[in-house]
Design a protein. Structure first.
Lengths: 375, 276
């Protein structure tokens, strides 16, 4: 028996299709009531994992427990989970009401109670005024709400969402993010969402599992994924990052230094790292954690106060600028030819005019900004 | 002077030549039918000159017991054949769509064999088959139609299967998964989700089977026993002597029946396709 507060336990689950391993020994626990996201590029196995939770696929090895019950022999129609499909899969020949009521037929819900429960579920997704509509008279966003109501009306222990926002246009997608999070708060059901869109996962989920090529890379809160990625893949997949290969030169309890040929200099950490000296490692620095400064001919590098001289400052030339309104992204060529990305918020209305193409700049960052990645 | 609007490159219908061509096609297609219908109202025994309007040929056709019997037989055969063909065709289409099994490819191509085999060969084959197994030739009405019905089903149900198979290609398998996810068993999901999706195909296929059976001559000719006659066979035997306006009248009724059936089927189909 698992912990009372764990609703889903995935134990060493592997799924193979012939020679292809879609999911590779994944172990995962999801607490009751959490909004959980499975995140990864297409083909990483996240959808296969979700389909195994729903019962459409069976693990080749390993076990899945839902609310403490082994799901190995339980078919989809007997599982305490419901799913919102990527295509929404709203039944086209039924009205909205009939769609939502469909699942209740199998739950021995008295006819008299069905009406109330369907209308309550439709009210939860703000569709109670369209109960008699046919799906072909509705927008994609409305159809998605039907799919949500149809799943939630069954009061499942877990709601599975397969790429719930991928088919919506940008504005609606953003509105739906908040709405889904609010809905989850309201109904208190555990949500497990699959997405390839990191923004979506970071914005909605309480915790995310990042997958790559069938393997679980890291499970953490959105901010921990972003600020403390476990490896190169996570650092690169979540947001943007400048990655440099290097070797650990100094590793003291209160500081560490990595020598990087790629950067053409040393990178200073204001905290100790646990790594073997002399080994090949990677350093990741997020674009927004780098400061851009004007570089005059013959000026000295403006070393950050916390870093030793010659560390965490490097020279470059602005090559590309993407003006995005709220921020600007600068592509900068370092002296040794390596390209680096720096983002800069446009805090005042003239900030984007500070730097232009071919400007000579210093890039500077603090000792707590970079992260050391062993793999 | 009217302003001359330039024609867009793909705007073919604005070309006078194209319009004329289109009109020509319609004339070519429908003139024989229109003449047939017109002369069924002609007050003359010869099918050549218009002598005035009459309904007497319709009365005469109705009073012809043999013709009436043949028409009734044909409708009965077509009805039963449609029902059996739709069920068999739908099951076959579903099997080919859903399952993987050995020799599926050759079997699927073989499905259309009754369509491509010349009717005359098929008719001979049917005749030989019934003779070989000693199928009773003296069953009472309506069982004396069994041979014809069986023969018709054999060539009609592949048409249903092909139409339904094509329809199933557009099925979103997530719909079935959704039904299972909501608690339906596999059978319930089939009944509640897959069959409604197949419906336009079933209707179109059924209509095809109905009309194929109704107007089949060659195979029926070989499969029918001595005492059984169908409408096309009867018309053929009447025409052998002379094409009387009575035949025109009877044919017009058949055309009417098929047109009505088609319109009904198309309406049912558009009602269901609009949903998906």
């Amino acid at each position: 028996m698992s912990d009372r507060d764990t609703i889903i336990r995935v134990e060493e689950v592997t799924k193979r299709y012939g020679k292809v391993t879609a999911v590779d020994r994944v172990t995962l626990e999801i607490p009751r009531g959490e909004f959980f996201a499975l995140l990864g590029p297409s083909g990483c196995g996240k959808t296969t994992l979700l389909r195994m939770l729903a019962g459409f696929e069976m693990p080749s090895e390993g076990k899945i427990f839902i609310d403490g019950v082994d799901m190995s022999t339980i078919p989809p129609n007997k599982r305490p989970v419901n799913m919102v499909f990527q295509s929404y899969a709203v039944f086209p020949h039924m009205t909205v009401f009939e769609n939502v009521a469909y699942g209740l037929k199998f739950d021995n819900v008295a006819k008299a109670d069905q009406y109330g429960r369907v209308m309550a579920a439709l009210a939860d997704v703000k569709l109670d005024h369209l109960a008699e509509r046919k799906p072909d008279q509705m927008s994609g966003g409305q159809r998605q709400r039907v799919a949500l109501a149809r799943a939630l009306v069954k009061k499942p222990k877990v709601l599975l969402l397969d790429e719930p926002l991928s088919a919506l246009d940008a504005k609606l997608r953003e509105a739906m993010r908040f709405e889904l999070a609010e809905l989850q708060d309201k109904v208190g059901i555990t949500f497990v969402m699959v997405t390839h869109d990191q923004d979506e996962a970071l914005a909605m989920a309480g915790r995310c599992a990042v997958m790559d090529r069938g393997k679980l890379m890291q499970t953490a809160t959105p901010s921990n994924l972003y600020e403390f990625p476990a490896n190169k893949f996570v650092a690169d997949f979540i947001g943007s990052v400048n990655l440099f290969e290097g070797t650990l030169e100094v590793d003291e309890p209160d500081h560490a230094i990595v020598q990087s040929e790629e950067l053409g200099g040393r990178i200073f950490f204001d905290h100790g790292v646990s790594g073997a000296g002399g080994e090949k490692m990677w350093v990741g620095i997020r674009p927004e954690k780098i400061e851009l400064l004007k570089r005059e001919e013959g000026s000295t590098p403006p070393t950050p106060e916390d870093a030793p001289s010659g560390c965490n400052v490097t020279a470059g030339i602005v090559r590309q600028i993407s003006y995005l309104g709220s921020e600007s992204i600068y592509e900068i060529d370092l002296i040794n030819g390596r390209r680096m990305q720096v983002s800069r918020p446009n805090l005042s209305r003239w900030d984007q005019e500070d730097f232009t193409w071919d400007d000579e700049v210093w890039l500077r960052w603090h000792g707590d900004s970079p992260v050391l990645l062993q793999s | 002077m009217a302003k001359k609007v330039a024609r867009a490159p793909l705007d073919y219908l604005n070309m006078p030549a194209m319009k004329a061509w289109l009109a020509g096609v319609f004339v070519f297609l429908y003139t024989p039918l229109i003449i047939l219908i017109l002369f069924s109202f002609n007050d003359s025994k010869a099918n050549v000159v218009w002598k005035g309007f009459t309904l007497k040929w319709y009365v005469k056709a109705f009073e012809n017991t043999q013709l009436r019997e043949a028409l009734l037989n044909s409708l009965l055969i077509a009805g039963v054949c449609t029902i059996i063909s739709v069920v068999l065709g739908a099951l076959m289409a579903f099997a080919f769509w859903r399952f993987k099994f050995p020799f599926k490819g050759p079997l699927e191509s073989g499905m259309s064999l009754p369509i491509v085999v010349p009717e005359i060969c098929f008719g001979v084959a049917v005749l030989m088959f019934f003779a070989k197994i000693g199928f009773p030739n003296d069953l009472p009405y309506p069982f004396n139609l069994t041979q014809i019905i069986l023969a018709h089903v054999t060539f009609a149900f592949p048409f249903v299967a092909i139409v339904v198979r094509a329809r199933l290609e557009s099925f979103n398998s997530e719909l079935e998964a959704a039904a299972l996810d909501l608690g339906a068993t596999r059978y319930q999901a089939f009944r509640d989700v897959i069959i409604p999706h197949m419906k336009p195909g079933l209707i179109a296929g059924g209509l095809l089977a109905f009309t194929l059976s109704l107007d089949d001559f060659v195979i029926t000719f070989f499969a029918s026993g001595p005492g059984t006659i169908t409408f096309p066979v009867k018309v053929y035997s009447m025409v052998r002597f002379s094409v009387t306006p009575e035949v025109n009248a009877a044919s017009t009724i058949i055309i009417l029946i098929t047109v009505i059936a088609t319109v009904l089927a198309l309406r049912a189909q558009s009602a269901t396709t609009k949903e998906s």
